[in-house]
Design a protein around this ligand. Sequence first.
Ligand code: SF4
Length: 275
Amino acid sequence: MLKENVSIATEKAIMEAEIHLPDDFMRALKNTILKETNPVAKAEYENILENLRQADRLSVPICQDTGLHIFFVTLPPKIPLTSDIYEGIYEGLRRANESVPLRPNAVDPITRKNSGDNTGVNVPAIHIRPGEKFTITAIPKGGGSENMSRLCMLLPSEVSKIKSFIVETMLVAGGRPCPPVVLGVGIGSTFDGVTALAKEALLEPVDIMDEYEQDICDAVNELGIGPMGLGGDFTCIAVKVKRGHCHTASLPVAVNVQCWVNRRATVEIDMEGLF
Ligand code: SF4
């Protein structure tokens, strides 16, 4: 029963994430469009909005790249962490291949042989955390934006370089990650932990930023890359930062670049097994 519930919730979360963008992102996107002054950028936003309308009307994925699949699971104390959780997620993803449908994106890194069903060695990525509710969050991640993500091990004395590393990441990326982007930033932790922080930052609501995040976002927007790299006032919708304590000799910084197709959807399973 647990495995079946997880499978159904996983399929639902993928389907919602692929077809509709989250409300907080839509609010932030519409706010950005209202403030844009560049006519080419304004026209590009019309294309983006039409893309979203068509995906909703036809119940099809927003983008042809339906992503590589990442899941965040929260488990309340009453739900045991067993192999059913993992197997349910794999099964739900395999079902979604047909029902959404998904493009098969998972390949062996060396032979490039495609597994054909978006599963494989160590994919999907599954992160499990304790929580008050039993939830499954799907974040299908497009290759174009993931490829532009970067990690840097700064010196502890280089705190002032954090902002320039983030801005430089978008300067190098240009239009390739399909802006306007959301930047998930990890600061601190370890070499492996900082990339997890950057990914988790993408789970945060993007229609609010603190002062530190807003300052970095404004600096990125001064690049003028604009939607799809065609120029404009806004290259970045939001910067979200997650911090972790780090070694006294280290200052890891990771930037996970997320394209405008900022997919994320959460399904909750209650104690009666309802979704
Ligand atoms: S980067 Fe995003 S919008 Fe661009 S092709 Fe990939 S998934 Fe689609």
